[in-house]
Design a protein around this ligand. Structure first.
Ligand code: AMP
Length: 514
């Protein structure tokens, strides 16, 4: 009997092949994991989970620091048929409370250093509390999971799981309302990694430099699943750190990152052609990569970043081609097996060629729904099975998909629809501007008024009055920002996404609405 995801991911890699290198901290030697270790250590953890009472279908919530053993824990959950539920390490006890309650988690594994603050929350939710930290040496305690698990038997008979069984629940970042638990099946994850590994031509010779967090779909599923499926190796960093990435790029072949990785690398003069001569692929996603970054990256390194688009609920939907033109400012074409269409938000009808609308997707990558939220699920699916992503986009004349923004960021001023991206691109183009964000905030006459927020290039200063005057003749009056503010940086989350809700809050009272 098969365990759809585990068997699918680990069918091919020979056991002796290297799976991961974990660079040593502070001159300690690096550690290495083979694919045999992947079987052995995940088997030990699976035995431990079962001894703790975990059964197929149980939700195992984890809020733990990044480590290779944490990846093994994910696999152990898959092997026991449990549902893996990773939580952002930044969440507070109050937020964790909601996730444990909503998911009905029976086991919660947290960072040993945060255990004291989470005991009550676990107890109130009837979840068993265990801990997992970062392994350093055999005799140093790093949580109960490593302490008890590493001594157990490596043999574990996988619990059979079918394609449609749940493998994970990932909560959406929930910038509006409460966060929703996206249910992901074994085949959502397996089929998506198969599509990506094929498209991006991953092989056993690849070494993927892994600097993303592993509580999010990008670092957890895209990166680790694609590597396992192709028998490739990982160099697993604790997080993004320019020095560490620069140190390890020369022996890597690929990097998956959010746009901030690339802007930070470009800010460092050590980042040049020689450093990346061993690399074959740089992937970007989770937030828009500025066309300017794309161009600067190519000039500096000779590589064109490959931008792709996905979300927690759908895994990856589109990608620029590996061999064909990687077009800046676009997210490429739908992945094999994925259908994508652009529809009118109100009527649900497909819009005409190159018109802007909501992106809808359907395919084996798309989740079956939100955990215990049938109404929300029903609201976000069309009758014919397409999922309404909430992203606004269009398809250009050559079939490349372009993202114009989130529907909830759309500004409606005086009855007109304003796509922030159009104004942001214009602001970004002006001298002295590094980047910008355009938002709508309450306005007495217009409903919403347009506000621009810009960040200056280092060393540059921005005269906002002049800036307003420059863009005035370039766009229709209703789209023109009524005010422009300068910030030192835009508020971003760990995945590099600009937090427009934070900006809307900050500038909420710009117009007198009394
Ligand atoms: P998450 O569920 O946290 O992965 O966020 C998914 C959202 O990130 C999508 O709905 C998009 O709004 C955004 N996103 C992901 N990839 C891209 C991209 N390449 N360009 C622009 N936005 C993106």
């Amino acid at each position: 009997m098969k365990n759809h995801l585990f068997d699918g991911l680990l069918k091919t890699p020979p056991r002796e092949r290297q799976f991961a290198e974990i660079p040593g901290a502070k001159n300690a030697p690096a550690r290495y994991y083979s694919y045999q270790d992947v079987h052995d250590v995940s088997g030990k953890f699976a035995n431990l989970l079962v001894s703790w009472g975990v059964e197929a279908g149980d939700r195992v919530a984890v809020q733990i620091p990044k480590s290779i053993e944490a990846v093994m824990l994910y696999l152990a959950c898959v092997r026991t048929g449990a549902v893996f539920l990773p939580l952002n390490t930044a969440y507070t006890a109050n937020e964790v409370d909601y996730f444990l309650a909503n998911a009905g988690a029976s086991l919660f594994i947290c960072d040993p250093e945060k255990r004291d603050g989470l005991v009550d929350v676990a107890k109130e939710n009837n979840a068993r509390l265990e801990t997992m930290g970062v392994y350093t040496k055999p005799d140093v305690f790093a949580g109960s999971l490593l302490d008890e698990g590493l001594d157990l038997d490596t043999t574990f008979e996988n619990i059979p799981r079918e394609a449609d069984d749940l493998a994970a629940i990932l909560y959406t970042s929930g910038t509006t309302g409460r966060s929703k638990g996206a249910m992901l099946t074994h085949d959502n994850l397996l089929s998506n990694s198969q599509a990506l590994a094929g498209l991006w031509q991953f092989t056993k010779d690849d070494v993927l430099l892994h600097a993303l967090p592993i509580y999010h779909t990008h670092g957890l599923f895209v990166a680790t699943n694609v590597a396992m499926l192709s028998g490739a190796s990982l160099i697993l960093l604790g997080g993004f750190n320019t020095d560490a990435v620069i140190e390890h790029l020369p022996k890597s072949t690929s990097l998956m990152g959010v746009p901030t990785f690339y802007t930070r690398l470009l800010d460092d003069e050590r980042f040049n052609r020689d450093l990346v001569s061993h690399m074959r692929l740089f992937v970007s996603g989770s937030a828009p990569l500025l066309a300017e970054t794309h161009i600067e990256f190519e000039e500096r390194t000779g590589h064109r970043v490959l931008e792709r688009y996905g979300m927690t609920e759908t895994n990856m939907n589109t990608s620029n081609p590996f061999d064909g033109e990687r077009r800046a400012g676009t997210v490429g074409f739908p992945l094999p097996g994925v259908s994508l269409r652009i529809c009118d938000a109100v009527t649900g009808e497909e819009v005409g060629k190159q018109a802007i609308g909501i992106i809808e997707v359907k395919g084996p990558n798309v989740f079956p729904g939100y955990w215990k939220m049938p109404e929300k699920t029903a609201e976000e699916f069309r009758d014919d099975g397409f999922f309404i992503t909430g992203d606004l986009g269009k398809i250009d004349a050559d079939g490349y998909v372009q993202i114009v923004g989130r529907e909830k960021d759309l500004i409606i001023s005086g009855g007109f629809n304003i796509y922030p991206k159009e104004i942001e691109l214009l602001l970004d183009d002006q001298d002295g501007i590094l980047e910008s964000a355009v938002i709508g905030v309450p306005h007495k006459d217009f409903g919403e008024g347009v506000v621009g927020v810009v960040v200056a290039n280092s060393g540059a200063s921005v005269d906002t009055e002049k800036l307003l005057a420059i863009i005035k003749p370039l766009i229709a009056r209703f789209k023109q920002p009524k005010h422009i503010f300068v910030l030192n940086e835009l508020p971003r989350n760990a995945m590099g996404k600009v937090q427009k809700n934070a900006l809307r809050e900050q500038f909420n009272n710009v117009f007198d609405c009394s």
